[in-house]
Design a protein around this ligand. Structure first.
Ligand SMILES: [Zn+2]
Length: 70
């Protein structure tokens, strides 16, 4: 099951969410749905170091699905 890590664009809260199907994800702090997807984990991490950052680059992301490093 894919676990996605998100960062809220509104308040900057980072959280992980297990997403099933097209479940809607919202920030647990402010309830808003404008999120950056940071990282996805499929069971085992590849050994890349994930560096939490609120800056422009998101360190450990190697996927094109990451909005933080485009
Ligand atoms: Zn938020």
């Amino acid at each position: 099951m894919p676990i996605f890590e998100y960062r809220c664009k509104a308040c900057g809260t980072k959280f992980e969410k297990l997403v099933r199907g097209n479940e809607k994800v919202a920030c647990p702090e402010c309830g808003k749905g404008r999120l950056d997807k940071l990282f996805s984990v499929f069971g085992v991490k590849s050994g890349e170091k994930f560096t939490p950052s609120s800056g422009g680059s998101c360190g450990g992301c190697s996927a094109s699905s990451c909005d933080g490093c485009r």
